[in-house]
Ligand binder design. Structure first.
Ligand SMILES: NC(=O)c1ccc[n+]([C@@H]2O[C@H](COP(=O)([O-])OP(=O)(O)OC[C@H]3O[C@@H](n4cnc5c(N)ncnc54)[C@H](OP(=O)(O)O)[C@@H]3O)[C@@H](O)[C@H]2O)c1
Length: 310
């Protein structure tokens, strides 16, 4: 795969850790120009420096890392090995951040080839975003929804491959259990796992609706369950599921399994017509009945437009 994405512009959210980080590294190794979107300056700069070091290994002797703890990293330049990676900071749960991020990306890149909507959280308690949405929903769905819509013209000008990192957990999602507005605003909160599953169901519905709406524009969108992986996400959930999962963490796969599943959907030119599908790691699968509900996908899209109107 080395060099197969040479020069392509890729944006990966949540790129400092887990699946996002692995994906960013694989894209870089395939020759893409990668923008890592991270919310924490410290974690983002650390990951940026590590990615530069690992992907340029040997090729940039003498080039100093510019992302030390108290140095300002050069966010745009390529290094001597031709590796091109940059860092953008944005908290996807804050719509203002997402708008600023999209404006910066659009200003820098006339065309975007690959957008990996990967960032994800679970929250033990019901907390709200600045716009008053339940934080899991605001981050995992609304932030990516807004970002993708704001980048539509750039995606249309490029290869326009969108990958939404969902989860097998979407099968427990139920966006019909209450009014969408109540779920989005946390008024129908039924615990962290339900909120996470609902947001992952929203990822699949958003994928299908994007494919339906933007297919004629040459944009593809697919959703993927990246595997059950040993990443940071499990450490951030509430105590009960954390304890429950503890013994299983030994058997969880490496984040690279998820990275490969994402790359599988963007690297192969033969996949240019594949859109609106759901993949369980690298195998296409039928998502849950609700994830295939076109009326629900339409309703979620239209409500999400209203909820992200700035
Ligand atoms: N691990 C699994 O077994 C598994 C299974 C199914 C699906 N997934 C999905 O895979 C995706 C990646 O998760 P992961 O397992 O790699 O977990 P992870 O290591 O915790 O990575 C999640 C990434 O999302 C970022 N993020 C969280 N909230 C954000 C926000 N408000 N704004 C911007 N970035 C934010 C995190 O940044 P910080 O480091 O700053 O928190 C981190 O970079 C998620 O969508 C998750 O739902 C994972």
């Amino acid at each position: 795969m080395s060099g197969s994405l040479r020069g392509q512009v890729a944006v990966v959210t949540g790129a400092n850790s887990g699946v996002g980080r692995s994906t960013a590294e694989m894209l870089l190794k395939a020759g893409a120009r990668v923008t890592m979107v991270c919310r924490s300056p410290e974690r983002g700069e650390r990951a940026l420096a590590e990615l530069r070091a690992s992907t340029a290994a040997g090729g940039r002797r003498g080039a100093r890392s510019r992302a030390g703890a108290d140095e300002v990293p050069d966010l745009r330049s390529s290094n001597s090995a031709g590796v091109q990676v940059e860092l953008e900071l944005a908290d996807l749960s804050r719509q203002e951040d997402v708008r600023d991020l999209a404006a910066r990306l659009a200003a820098r890149h006339p065309a975007i080839d690959i957008l990996v909507n990967n960032a994800g959280v679970t929250r033990p308690r019901c907390v709200h975003s600045p716009e008053g949405f339940e934080l899991t929903f605001a981050t995992n769905h609304l932030g990516h929804f807004l970002l993708t819509r704001l980048l539509r013209e750039r995606l249309e000008a490029g290869r326009g491959r969108i990958v939404n990192v969902s989860s097998r957990g979407h099968q427990s999602g139920d966006l019909r259990r209450a009014a969408l507005e109540d779920i989005a605003r946390g008024r129908a909160w039924e615990g962290a796992l339900q909120a996470y599953a609902d947001s992952k169901l929203a990822n699949v519905l958003f994928t299908c609706e994007t494919a339906r709406r933007w297919g004629s524009r040459g944009i593809t969108a697919n959703a993927v369950h990246p595997g059950v992986l040993a990443t940071e996400i499990w450490k951030k959930t509430s105590l009960a599921p954390r304890l429950l999962l503890l013994p299983f963490t030994w058997f969880m796969a490496s984040p690279d399994v998820g990275g490969k599943a994402v790359i599988n959907l963007v690297a192969d030119p033969a996949g240019d017509d594949v859109t609106g599908r759901y993949f369980h790691v690298q195998r296409e699968k039928t998502p849950s009945a609700q994830a295939r509900d076109e009326a629900l996908a339409l309703e979620l899209w239209e409500r999400s437009v209203e909820w992200t109107r700035g």
